[in-house]
Ligand binder design. Structure first.
Ligand code: BJ8
Length: 419
């Protein structure tokens, strides 16, 4: 019996179907991430995080649970990991990025909801997600309609993310953060302390600092890493143990510094620099980054939740008591400019600044099919880019390979336009 098969059986997974899932993801990985040239050696670690996400990482989490920790599944970067970690609850993102599981979700869910939700729910319904059986708590949020209604079905704890950023909304969100603290305290039977919070805030800030360092390196004239590999790092960030992740990322960053000095890049000189802006691309989803870079562009920055929105803005580390720490946490998370906010001027301003900061030649607005928030906000984003003379392309797509030919043609034409 192959390694980990017994574990999957014990978790009551459909082992045969699970094998097909892994093969399917592996095939996509080889055709995208795996067939790039001049990859940094340090990427081997992050590739492995992806490969081990259903095996070694699950075994590790099971062991942690046996040692008294709890596990919490999340679906949005609005959930403040620091608070859970302060009471030994391990947060893991549950979002699915594979087409394989979508038909299983469509047996129950409407077809016309976003692939991220369908992919995740399909994995649970088809019994091929090992995280479902080992999670002690699921945490959702009120960011988009399809997610909100999904939580009612799967019985998640729901955090109220407001839709505006006025004073009253800040109060609502701070309360949601305090309620979340109560929830994880109940789950673990432990109390959040100011000392523990200070420790977990530092751990997560260090992780953000390392991710920012990676992003700054992508902004050099010699681009030392592909956008696709940077995406793999981001996807690993949502799954890996944070201290280990940060250590490995800093090692990779050191290697990238060296590559800049040696003028080593996966790209030719004067390549067109592109920013991706919009929806997250979670583990298993490498489609648009791969198409863009194969077509001859370099993705130098991602204005997404698998990009800058995940790591920008640190939590204030100077707060001296628990109340101030919780408010500082709430404030940092509320500065994430998700398209669920209205108005969302902060996101428009951030995009304008990033175009300049990263010296991008063009922006690709990446919209997951049926994500109405980002899709409608794309009009404002497109208008501001037009005003600043930045060429942009809006891509609305799912996880399937059906539209790859058509996307390739549009991307080729876009890159031609940048030249
Ligand atoms: S903070 S972007 S991670 S909600 S699931 S909104 S793609 S229709 S993921 Fe998100 Fe939090 Fe916002 Fe970021 Fe659209 Fe799909 Fe909804 Fe989605």
């Amino acid at each position: 019996m192959p390694k980990h098969e017994k574990m999957w059986q014990d978790l009551d997974l459909d082992v045969e179907l699970h094998k097909q899932l892994i093969e399917s993801i592996h095939k996509v990985f080889l055709n995208t991430v795996g067939n790039q040239d001049k990859r940094p050696a340090g990427m081997a670690y992050f590739d492995n995080v992806l490969h081990e996400s259903h095996s070694g990482r699950i075994a590790e989490l099971i062991e942690e649970r046996e040692n008294g920790k709890k596990m919490m599944g999340t679906f949005c970067i609005y959930v403040p990991d620091e608070i859970a970690m302060a009471v030994d609850v391990i947060p893991i993102a549950l979002c699915g990025g594979t087409q394989f599981s979508i038909p299983y979700a469509e047996k129950m869910f409407p077809r016309d909801i976003c692939p991220l939700i369908k992919s995740t729910m399909g994995m649970a319904l088809a019994k091929i997600c090992p995280y479902g059986p080992i999670k002690d708590l699921g945490v959702g949020e009120t960011t988009c309609d399809a997610k909100k209604k999904t939580w009612d079905i799967v019985n998640f704890h729901v955090m109220e993310v407001p839709q505006k950023k006025d004073d009253i909304d800040v109060k609502v969100w701070r309360k949601a953060v305090r309620d979340f603290k109560d929830k994880v305290e109940d789950l673990s039977g432990k109390k959040v302390t100011s000392k523990k919070l200070a420790e977990t805030i530092r751990i997560m800030n260090d992780k953000r600092r390392a991710l920012k360092r990676l992003n700054d390196l992508r902004n050099r004239e010699t681009i030392p890493i592909s956008g696709l590999d940077a995406l793999v790092v981001m996807q690993a960030a949502l799954n890996d143990e944070p201290l280990r992740f940060t250590r490995q990322l800093n090692k990779l960053n050191d290697e990238l510094e060296e590559r800049v000095k040696q003028n080593t890049s996966p790209f030719p000189e004067n390549i067109k620099r592109v920013m991706i802006s919009g929806c997250p691309a979670v583990m298993g989803n490498w489609k648009v980054h791969s198409l863009l870079e194969k077509a001859g562009a370099a993705v130098v920055v991602d204005e997404t939740c698998t990009g800058t929105r995940y790591f920008e803005n640190l939590v204030d580390e100077q707060c001296k008591n628990e109340t101030d720490q919780l408010n500082a946490l709430a404030d940092r998370y509320m500065s994430i400019n998700c398209a669920c906010f209205s108005p969302n001027d902060e996101r428009i301003d951030a995009i304008t600044e990033m175009v300049k900061k990263y010296n991008v030649d063009g922006v690709v607005q990446y919209i997951l099919q049926y994500c109405h928030g980002y899709n409608v906000e794309a009009i404002r984003v497109g208008n501001i880019l037009k005003k600043t003379g930045t060429p942009s392309l809006k891509i609305e797509t799912d996880y399937s390979e059906e539209d790859i030919g058509q996307l390739r043609t549009r991307i080729d034409a876009f890159i031609e336009q940048l030249s």
